[in-house]
Write a protein that binds this ligand. Structure first.
Ligand SMILES: [Zn+2]
Length: 270
């Protein structure tokens, strides 16, 4: 089955991983901007990173027939430096018309601090002024519930936001309901040893249905598995779910959501 991974950090992955993803059926992916493994010291560090995301990674993916899309921001981890964050936010528009840029992300909270919230709101303001879609990172583990509540409160209190143009990622059993009920898209991030597993994601599909729901692998610096979406497909088949339902979650839904971005020029495989 063809699939799209809507949230995977390929800068932390090898070219061999692109080959494996292609062999597993991956035909498209989107890579949100995130932490580089170290805190960057200047706006030029981010400018170079955005060049990597908008130019080099798309070419590396294309060698294996995978279409690469991306999202731009300064991540919550580095948002403690508000002055640098403001310089990065002011620079982002240089790249918003670049090929494959789907919007602003992944913005959000990490440790739910005041500075993170300030920078989150300033990203939202940029997205509203430039008519961009938004991809949101919710905190992990013990910070997730409170952080997700804070994020939803900030989003809902801004009446400029069209909720069907916002994806809230890393939802789990205790945060998925308010995200979907408010009208946002929700992403379940699958990890091999911690957080949400393919089986727990299948449970949530059975509870909430496929509407505005996606799964992704993150593929980040920590223990993560870039082929987690095929693991989810296998788990769904093992439970007897039909191909149409599975395909909706791993292919049709990402296409519908991404299709609302003006730079999404996906060519479906024939
Ligand atoms: Zn991420």
């Amino acid at each position: 089955m063809y699939y799209i991974d809507p949230h995977i950090h390929m800068v932390s992955r090898t070219t061999d991983d692109y080959e494996t993803l292609a062999k597993m059926g991956c035909v498209g992916l989107s890579e949100p901007a995130f932490w580089a493994g170290y805190d960057r010291g200047s706006v030029d560090g981010f400018r170079d990173y955005f060049r990597q995301l908008t130019d080099f990674e798309s070419r590396r993916a294309a060698i294996y027939g995978i279409q690469h899309f991306t999202w731009l921001c300064i991540n919550a981890k580095e948002a403690e430096n508000v002055e640098l964050s403001r310089d990065v936010i002011a620079m982002i528009p240089e790249f918003l018309n670049a090929k494959g840029v789907l919007g602003i992300g992944e913005i959000g909270l990490n440790k739910n601090t005041r500075n993170e919230a300030i920078v989150f709101l300033e990203h939202i303001d940029l997205a509203m002024k430039t008519n961009e879609q938004i991809l949101i990172h919710t905190p992990h583990l013990e910070d997730k519930y409170q952080g997700t509540r804070m994020i939803l409160d900030m989003l809902i209190s801004d009446n400029r936001i069209e909720r069907h143009r916002v994806l809230v990622d890393h939802v789990e059993e205790h945060t998925i309901r308010p995200v979907l009920e408010a009208g946002f898209w929700a992403g379940m991030t699958l990890y091999p040893v911690s957080k949400c597993t393919p089986a727990r994601a299948a449970d949530m599909v059975e509870m909430y249905g496929p509407e505005r729901l996606m799964v992704n692998s993150a593929g980040d610096w920590g223990p993560s598995k870039p082929t987690a979406v095929p693991d989810f497909i296998l788990e769904m088949r093992r439970r007897g779910h039909g191909e149409e339902l599975i395909r909706r979650i791993v292919y049709d839904n990402p296409l519908t959501f991404f299709g609302q971005s003006r730079n999404f020029d996906f060519q479906a495989p024939c």
